[in-house]
Design a protein. Structure first.
Length: 401
């Protein structure tokens, strides 16, 4: 028995995903836009056999528990992407449906939510991290990652559940029981990135009833003439055509190589080195390939703004190794200019330019830390600065003498 998912991009039909006997294939429609929906699925064909399946899998939550919760909320029969992506609001610019009729606002409707419902969802996620979805078929979204989160649409100064016809505009990320202060730490990390000259979306810490939550505006959405539009994007794991479960094994050289496909002059690669250097400098050991993305829009490929800039070394119980080693340096405190030079050689990039980028970012983190932490409780700020001094041991040698 075969299953299908039709795909639209910017209100134009793109093609068809088909699953038959456990194998997933994809076929572009003859009238589809010229631009590929993924660097792993080039318009002229010739992709890896498992690239279509991996592309879909990478749009779903990492946790199987979260996928089962999503299945229950949508009243589906399985956690197969062909079930879970059907008529939901997904990351990027694509709309998926098992029907050959594109979902729109008229067919999907609008379901507004009040402050109490939002506070209830925040509490549920904090209590059980997989409870991303309201038990309501009108709450239809999919978003990758492992941390508990949910999405909402800001419409007419009110909040609404998203669906295939109603793109979400914001992502909500509550604290968890295990990682207290994550709300403020991620907000601070993003603010620090902006102060270091990196492009970031607008973030805030909002309160609903007595519940605080980190809220970020989606950069894969824009308002045009009063209408919410989806902008297409894919993370680097998708762009490489690799399975989600391999995200921690993807190395910097692979990321540079796929960026070079999109931008042969390596300017995208150097921009990505900036983001990589920032994540190293704040002790973000969870900066794997799914935490860097590309924007595919208007015939161009650009690096997305930064996201998930979390100083994970703040929590002693989390993995202390970098998701992507820099040269031979597996820990942030081992990273120095020599490590960045070695990385440049591995990636075929200019050594001096890579070292200069990493040094500049590291220096800016030092210089702008106080401004980024304005208003943060002193005990949290002191703990965070101790972390930054530790992870920048190799780059701040002179400053720490």
């Amino acid at each position: 028995m075969s299953r299908t998912l039709n795909v639209w991009w910017a209100n134009r039909y793109v093609g068809l995903f088909t699953e038959e006997d456990g194998h997933v294939s994809f076929q572009y429609d003859d009238a589809a836009p010229h631009m590929s929906i993924s660097l792993s699925l080039p318009r002229d064909g010739g992709w890896q056999q498992d690239a279509p399946a991996n592309f879909l899998e990478n749009l779903l939550p990492t946790s199987r528990k979260a996928r089962y919760a999503m299945m229950d909320s949508l009243h589906k029969d399985s956690i197969n992407p062909f079930d879970l992506l059907d008529r939901v609001d997904a990351t990027g610019g694509l709309i998926f449906s098992s029907s050959d009729i594109m979902p729109d606002l008229r067919s999907e409707g609008v379901e507004y939510v009040d402050e109490g419902t939002i506070a209830k969802r925040i509490r549920a996620i904090r209590r059980m991290g997989s409870e991303w979805w309201e038990k309501d078929q009108r709450c239809r979204f999919s978003i990758a990652g492992g941390q508990g989160k949910f999405t909402l649409t800001r419409l007419n100064k009110r909040w609404a559940w998203p669906n295939a016809g109603m793109p979400s505009t914001h992502i909500f990320k509550p604290d968890s029981v295990d990682y207290s202060n994550a709300t403020y730490l991620e907000h601070t990390g993003m603010h620090l990135a902006a102060l270091c000259g990196l492009q970031v979306p607008h973030t805030t810490v909002a309160t609903f009833e007595d519940e605080q939550v980190y809220v970020v505006e989606r950069f894969d959405r824009r308002i045009n003439n009063g209408q919410i539009q989806r902008l297409h994007m894919e993370d680097l794991q998708q762009a490489l055509g690799k399975p989600m479960e391999d995200m921690y094994s993807t190395m910097p050289v692979e990321c540079v190589n796929i960026l070079r496909v999109a931008c042969p002059d390596d300017e995208l690669a150097y921009q990505w080195i900036q983001q990589l250097a920032f994540n190293v400098s704040i002790g973000n050991c969870d900066a794997h390939a799914k935490n860097y993305s590309l924007m595919l829009d208007d015939g161009t490929v650009k690096l997305s703004p930064m996201y998930d800039a979390m100083p994970t070394r703040y929590w002693i119980g989390l993995d202390q190794e970098l998701a992507m080693p820099i040269g031979d340096a597996e820990y942030a405190e081992w990273v120095d200019k020599n490590a960045w030079a070695k990385l440049s050689h591995e990636c075929g990039l200019d050594e001096q330019r890579v070292v200069d980028i990493a040094t500049e970012i590291s220096n800016k983190v030092w210089e702008r830390f106080d401004a980024a932490c304005d208003g943060m409780p002193s005990t949290m700020k002191d703990r965070l600065f101790d972390v930054l001094k530790k992870v920048n041991t190799g780059m701040w040698k002179e400053k720490l003498q």
